[in-house]
Ligand binder design. Structure first.
Ligand SMILES: C[S@@+](CC[C@H](N)C(=O)[O-])C[C@H]1O[C@@H](n2cnc3c(N)ncnc32)[C@H](O)[C@@H]1O
Length: 360
């Protein structure tokens, strides 16, 4: 048996397993303090979504895999609305109920297999304005159930902690997401785009167009927030942004052969993110670093990892990233930092131009 400790996060307080590493508490209610920043971002995005699009109506929120219930409890306290928190693990459900009581909130706690819960809600015509899907590992097998349980013009947040997306297990990635991955210096963006491509195609099957708000990858995970809109026309527009990336890969000196067809459009809604950054600033959250970077990132496909290039070319002392960006802009190229890599640059310049700058 393990003990429990009180943890403060955002405007709430919860009981979480008193363990050294989150995995040790998995059986009793999974809680990872390192994901606080991501939960702050979720709260901020939901809050902006509500202010922009659901000002005059009650919002219905589903925290599909609650763990301790921290997400759903924060949504209720910090944003408001009708909240359902679900988990398949009976111990988790007990803990979620205890945490809901601790915060004196009115939240419905369910104890179902996620897909079953969604189909149950759908069959009684109770669709959601926001579904947060935060599984262990891959979200792939839950996406169709999530898609059909969302209202028109609603919000979805999806986490993946799946290394097959990062190019380590190409065949696994093909099996789960329909795209063969490959090793690359920009593996975080590639994995994020493969996941987003999968989400877009799955939603499109139901005539739902997914428009990304924020897509990023740090630590061990990828997280995507998007708006789902019922529209065949919009679906077709998003699907038009898919293309075979074999030609593009030549810029990065990668020969991958034809057949890797992924979403190459924008990864973020920069206007929306300006408001999210404001909200995160009010919350005093580190998450603002992510949203600020995303709002200034170019939409170009992939990035050069400058540290990796410098190492490959045996360059010991390289200019700062800001300096390199300044030089590229002076030369007439576009250039920006990227959300995916602290030493990465997105630019229209070719690798030779970057190598010249590094050698100067
Ligand atoms: C990563 S944890 C959730 C963490 C939580 N959202 C947070 O932010 O702290 C994943 C949770 O999903 C639950 N889970 C796994 N498979 C499930 C399923 N098929 N249906 C419902 N819950 C499931 C697990 O019991 C676990 O509590």
């Amino acid at each position: 048996m393990i003990g429990f400790k009180k943890v403060k996060e955002g405007l709430v307080e919860i009981f979480a397993p008193d363990v050294k590493i989150p995995e040790e508490g998995k059986k009793y209610g999974f809680y990872n303090p390192r994901m606080k920043m991501d939960r702050d971002i979720s709260v901020a995005i939901l809050s902006v979504f509500k202010d922009k699009f659901r000002k005059s109506s009650e919002i219905s929120i589903c925290d599909l895999m609650g763990g301790t219930g921290i997400r759903g409890i924060r949504y209720k306290k910090e944003v408001g609305g009708n909240v359902v928190i679900n988990d398949i693990n009976k111990n988790s459900v007990e803990l979620i109920k205890k945490n809901v009581l601790l915060n004196s909130l009115d939240i419905k706690v369910e104890s179902e297999e996620a897909r079953f819960l969604l189909h149950k809600y759908r069959s009684s015509k109770n669709l959601f304005d926001f579904i947060d899907l935060d599984p262990f590992g891959s979200p792939a097998t839950f996406i169709d159930s999530v898609a059909i349980c969302l209202k028109d013009f609603s919000l979805v947040g999806v986490t993946a902690t799946d290394t097959s997306l990062f190019g380590l297990y190409p065949k696994t990635c093909l099996r789960k997401y329909g795209v063969i991955s490959f090793k690359s210096p920009f593996y975080r963006e590639l994995g994020t785009r493969i996941l987003l491509s999968f989400l877009i195609r799955e939603f499109a099957r139901f005539g739902k167009a997914l428009q990304p708000i924020l897509s990023y990858s740090i630590l061990h995970y990828i997280r995507i927030y998007a708006i789902s809109k019922n529209s065949i026309e919009e679906c077709n527009k998003v699907l038009d942004k898919f293309k075979d990336i074999s030609e593009d890969m030549k810029r990065f000196r990668l020969n991958i052969g034809k057949g890797i067809n992924i979403y190459c459009g924008e990864l973020h809604n920069k206007n929306f993110l300006l408001d999210v950054s404001e909200r995160l600033k009010e919350m005093g959250s580190e998450g603002i670093k992510i949203t600020n970077l995303a709002s200034t990132e170019l939409d170009n496909l992939f990035y050069f990892d400058i540290a990796w290039e410098a190492k490959k070319n045996k360059i010991r002392k390289m200019p700062s990233l800001n300096k390199i960006i300044e030089i590229l802009l002076d030369k007439g190229y576009d250039a920006s930092r990227t959300i995916f890599c602290s030493t990465g640059i997105k630019t229209s310049a070719d690798i030779e131009v970057i190598q010249e700058i590094l050698k100067d």
